[in-house]
Design a protein around this ligand. Structure first.
Ligand SMILES: [Zn+2]
Length: 328
């Protein structure tokens, strides 16, 4: 098994990281950030493997040395991963102290020890402060990889001591090719739609395709469109939404937001063929209400409340938009 990363849009990034490791210019505290679903954690794993490998090949971990074998089995004595504890929502200061203590031991296999914090923005302030000293006076042997979905939420003191590695959003072509190799979906339109709805994030699009969410998204959009165009009864469509309340609320919110965007700007991804609403304060207010109510529905979807009543009432609100459709 080679340590190459199977995400083509990150090739320039891995190439650049490899060169700076080789030349000894690589900072000891990379902070990997970028849009959701672009491969931040996959890149962090790649980087840890690459740093620990005893004999890298073609810019990647070799997959064959003693170090790679230990990484592969999850038992590398010089690699430490700091995750949020199962019953907690933040990373605790004690966890950071334990990580630092372990990193400060002498490497057992090669010449490096690597720590990885995959959700660095979940450190509380004390935890972040505990990390500062290690970031300020990095030892030659220690690398600390931070990954963050919301890097701007990390304390400035942490950010300023890290080297930013910002991942690009893949081009639509790269992302579509990547998706094609991984799903049974052959319909290019579905793939493109999944990517657009996922704001370019290939891994999010992949999950949605696997869960059949794009089918659900399309069918909900068509229901909403039909209700606007020809007054399709809300009773019929609500029954099908009730099969998956949580997911349905998600798409009801997503499409309300898209219609809001279409009414404001004339365009929204996925709504090219859909009914166009008369713009104006009344439509905008109704759409915004629908959006907020769908978000609230999603928050309550796991609770034992009357989903049927909530969805019926939401659909009635949507139907009020029907007489605001532009008729040519
Ligand atoms: Zn190796």
């Amino acid at each position: 098994m080679s340590g190459a990363l199977d995400l083509p849009w990150l090739e320039p990034t891995t190439h650049q990281l490899d060169r700076s490791i080789e030349s000894g210019r690589f900072g000891h505290a990379p902070l990997i950030s970028g849009p959701p679903g672009t491969g931040k954690r996959a890149l962090a794993d790649w980087l840890a493997l690459r740093l620990l490998c005893l004999d890298p090949k073609d810019g990647h971990a070799c997959g064959q040395c003693k170090s790679c074998a230990l990484s592969d089995s999850g038992t590398h004595p010089d690699f430490f991963r700091l995750d949020i504890l199962e019953d907690k929502t933040v990373i605790l200061v004690e966890q950071v102290r334990t990580l630092i203590d372990r990193l400060n031991l002498t490497p057992s296999i090669g010449t490096r020890r690597v720590g990885l914090i995959p959700s660095a923005d979940h450190m509380n302030l004390n935890a972040a402060n505990a990390l500062l000293k290690t970031l300020e006076e990095p030892s030659d042997e220690i690398w600390l990889i931070l990954v963050s979905d919301k890097a701007e939420q990390l304390p400035a003191t942490i950010r300023s001591r890290c080297q930013r590695v910002t991942l690009p959003v893949p081009t639509e072509q790269d992302a579509t090719d990547w998706l094609k190799q991984r799903t049974d979906t052959t319909d290019v339109e579905d793939l493109t739609m999944a990517l657009r709805l996922a704001e370019g994030s290939p891994s999010k699009a992949l999950i949605w395709l696997e869960q059949g969410q794009i089918e659900l998204a399309n069918s909900i959009r068509d229901h909403l469109d039909a209700m606007l165009r020809d007054g399709t009864s809300q009773a019929r469509v609500v029954d099908t939404w009730l099969d998956h309340p949580h997911r349905s609320w998600h798409w009801l919110a997503r499409w309300s937001q898209a219609w809001l965007q279409k009414t404001l700007t004339g365009h929204a991804d996925g709504l090219e063929q859909a009914a166009t609403l008369v713009s104006g304060p009344e439509s905008l207010q109704l759409l915004q209400d629908c959006w907020l109510r769908a978000l609230e529905g999603g928050r309550l979807a796991e609770k034992p409340i009357r989903q049927e009543w909530m969805m019926q009432s939401w659909a009635l609100a949507w139907q009020r938009l029907a007489n605001r459709v532009e008729r040519g």
